[in-house]
Ligand binder design. Structure first.
Ligand code: ADP
Ligand code: MG
Length: 344
């Protein structure tokens, strides 16, 4: 400690800054996958394919048919604090994209070998760069349909201390699959494919929300849940909440989205728990897929680097609203008839 105190203060090298940031953003393969998928969604992709090797530790490849990135912008996409999604504080308060911090790709590139190939529709071919330990290769032309392919190879190859925290391939795959499910639930209008070690594990065609929920969570969930659709002032809550017959031994089927973003929130969890209180045994957990929609300025997603936590402007009103919506639906609780379609 004494030695540290005697040292002069100096700015950290760029790579180290990114590696420190990566500690928050890229905890494991699944967190890198989340960032890559969110970028594809933000790019307006209609179809997204994920290929994993060894639970994502060896390779995560995400291919999309979104807008693509121009040759000039590719180095910026990999630079820290560079984003196309916001440019002012007003934008930040109104943000509708999933990303806005401009640090995900830079963080991933700091702790892996990253390649990015991208083509905008108006370009004749795609451009590809490789990044390793903060160094970027010059763009070279490659063949690619318009859109973007990002590959993350060998996560933590240069940060062995972090590599030790990775779990088995099977466990890392299950985290990745969970991430994939969350994004797929939030965007039924997008087609998604998930492959692991060369095998297709999930293939989801673009569908209406109800069909997507059934495709991801299974028919049993859909057939034992009630449809929710409540509106009050600026708030809307819709989706499916399972009847007690489909309760779980863990929180594994709890999906709550705020303006399209999967969140874990104490207040929301509490409101739901309360709504299920009379019908559910204490050691059981409710299952639900719920979408809360509110004005962008009523919720702040800029609380945590991974954005899984948000802050609400009026938590009390929100708690009441969510509680009553679910309480009412469970009280009248007829399972949704097959084939009925959720309003979107
Ligand atoms: P953020 O998403 O917060 O802007 P990222 O580091 O994740 O930051 O990405 C940086 C930029 O790279 C994005 O703002 C976007 O312009 C571009 N980008 C990244 N991934 C894609 C993609 N799949 N398609 C198109 N553009 C992308
Ligand atoms: Mg991003």
């Amino acid at each position: 400690l004494e030695k540290c105190l005697m040292n002069a203060i100096k700015l950290l090298p760029d790579l180290l800054i990114s590696q420190i940031a990566a500690g928050e953003v890229v905890e494991r393969p699944a967190s890198a996958l989340k960032e890559m998928l969110e970028n594809s969604v933000d790019a307006g992709a209609a179809d997204i394919t994920v290929q994993l090797v060894q639970g994502g530790i060896k390779l995560i490849r995400v291919m999309d048919n979104g807008t693509g990135i121009s040759k000039e912008d590719i180095p910026l996409a990999l630079a820290r604090h560079a984003t196309s999604k916001i440019s002012t504080l007003e934008d930040l308060q109104q943000v509708v994209s999933l990303g806005f911090r401009g640090e995900a790709l830079a963080s991933i590139a700091a702790v892996s070998r990253l390649t990015l190939a991208s083509r905008r529709a108006e370009q004749k071919h795609a451009w590809k760069v490789q990044a390793e330990s903060g160094r970027l290769s010059p763009p070279e032309p490659v063949a690619l349909a318009s859109g973007t392919t990002v590959e993350m190879h060998d996560l933590y190859f240069n940060t062995p201390a972090r590599r030790k925290f990775l779990k088995t391939e099977a466990t890392e795959f299950s985290y990745c699959e969970e991430t994939f499910k969350r994004i797929a639930l939030s965007r039924p209008d997008i087609g998604f494919t998930l492959q692991h070690n060369g095998t297709v594990r999930r293939h989801l065609r673009a569908a209406d929300p109800r069909s997507r929920i059934a495709a991801v969570l299974g028919d049993e969930f859909s057939q034992t849940s009630v449809l929710i659709d409540e509106q009050a002032a600026d708030l809307r809550l819709w989706g499916s909440a399972a009847l007690p017959a489909y309760s779980r031994a863990s929180r594994d089927a709890q999906y709550f989205f705020v303006n399209g973003r999967f969140v874990r929130d104490k207040l929301i969890t509490h409101a739901l728990r309360e709504a299920y209180r009379d019908v559910l045994h204490l050691d059981r957990y409710p299952a639900f897929v719920l979408f809360l929609e509110m004005k962008a300025e009523s919720v702040d997603a800029n609380v945590h680097p991974t954005k899984i936590e948000v802050r609400f402007r009026d938590p009390r009103a929100l708690h009441q609203f969510v509680f009553h919506a679910i309480d009412k639906a469970l009280a009248t609780g007829q399972p949704a008839s097959r084939g009925s379609v959720l309003a979107t």
